[in-house]
Design a protein around this ligand. Structure first.
Ligand SMILES: [Zn+2]
Ligand SMILES: [Zn+2]
Ligand SMILES: [Zn+2]
Ligand SMILES: [Zn+2]
Length: 339
């Protein structure tokens, strides 16, 4: 049964169903032979896997143009073979294997009448069990009576096949059991405690997860609040500093004004000083002049005094008469000199 007994079909994606057909492997020849003669299907056999070709293609290499029969191969088998054999042809070892889809053969294979593949698999299993047990113990076995075209089988398997395997209702909690819908109640009843434990564990883990997420959220919230506080503090600080800068600017301006005023004052003072110094120079000069004059005057006086002292009141004794006579003498002398 492990051989290529699968059909090209879309995999059932519903969570409560178990897919039967996987990928595009060729179909189990024994299964097809349940309804057909070997002679009838021999032209549909894949030359690689020897089962009935799924998605058949025909080899068209120049090297086998004279072959007696068409060379049919399942598309999936051929691609796999080429990939594993450096693109060498599966019939003869040559490169550039040429092939194309065979619609005619594909249609014939799609129209093959087949029984339900699940029924076929079940019968093989039952046959094995029958070998071990006595007959008659399988009376409760469900059977699928489907008989139809191979191309319609997939739809049957996914909709009305009684052998459709259902996943346990507790699959999302971790139960991996799958069974026929008929057996589901039995499974649920027999595994109540296990299912309850699974659900409890799931609930606990979800709760723990939520707690961790809550914690993370609270942490982040706290961090956000802290950052917010930090921002506020920084804003207040920056306001303080900008006020401080404004104050400094104002103070500077005030100082500059004062300095200007001072400078102006200095200028005035300098002017005053200059003028005063000029005045003082003049005054000094005047004083010097005065001193000189005084010195001169006092010097003369002193000299006079000394003279007076030396002459013992000679000058003092100069009477008016003496002066007059001195003057007249001098006048006489001047007149004489003139004349
Ligand atoms: Zn094949
Ligand atoms: Zn070839
Ligand atoms: Zn069926
Ligand atoms: Zn279960």
């Amino acid at each position: 049964m492990k051989q290529a007994s699968k059909k090209s079909a879309k995999i059932e994606s519903k969570s409560d169903t178990i897919p039967v057909w996987l990928e595009q492997s060729c179909f189990n020849k024994d299964w097809i032979l349940r309804s057909h003669e070997e002679e009838y299907i021999k032209h549909f056999v894949c030359l690689i896997c020897k089962q009935v070709a799924n998605s058949p293609v025909e080899l068209e290499c120049q090297q086998h143009m004279n072959a007696d029969e068409s060379l049919v191969v399942g598309e999936h088998c051929l691609k796999l073979f080429l990939r594993n054999n450096k693109d060498m042809c599966p019939v003869q070892a040559h490169e550039k294997c040429e092939y194309s889809k065979s619609k005619a053969v594909g249609k014939c294979i799609g129209d093959l009448k087949v029984m339900c593949i699940r029924q076929f698999e079940q019968e093989l299993q039952v046959a094995v069990v029958d070998d071990m047990k006595n007959e008659g113990e399988n009376s409760g076995v469900i059977k699928c009576k489907f008989k139809g075209k191979l191309k319609d089988l997939n739809s049957h398997l996914n909709t009305d096949c009684p052998l459709h395997m259902h996943a346990c209702w507790f699959k999302t909690f971790g139960c991996t059991h799958a069974c026929l819908s008929r057996d589901m109640k039995e499974h649920l009843a027999a595994n109540m405690q296990e299912h309850f434990d699974l659900a409890t564990r799931m609930f606990q883990s979800m709760k723990e997860e939520m707690r961790l997420k809550d914690e993370q959220l609270m942490k982040k919230d706290k961090q956000l609040k802290e950052k917010d506080e930090q921002c506020k503090r920084m804003e207040a600080e920056s306001q303080k500093w900008s006020q401080y800068l404004v104050d400094i600017e104002n103070a500077k301006e005030g100082e500059e004004e004062e300095e200007e005023e001072k400078e102006q004052g200095h200028d005035q003072q300098n002017k005053e000083k200059k003028s005063s110094s000029a005045a003082s120079v003049i005054i000094r000069q005047l004083r010097l002049e005065k001193a000189k004059l005084i010195q001169l005057l006092t010097g003369q006086d002193k000299e006079g005094e000394e003279n007076n002292k030396n002459n013992n009141n000679k000058n003092k004794k100069w009477s008016e008469e003496e002066i007059n006579s001195f003057a007249s003498k001098t006048t006489i002398q001047i007149v004489i000199a003139k004349s």
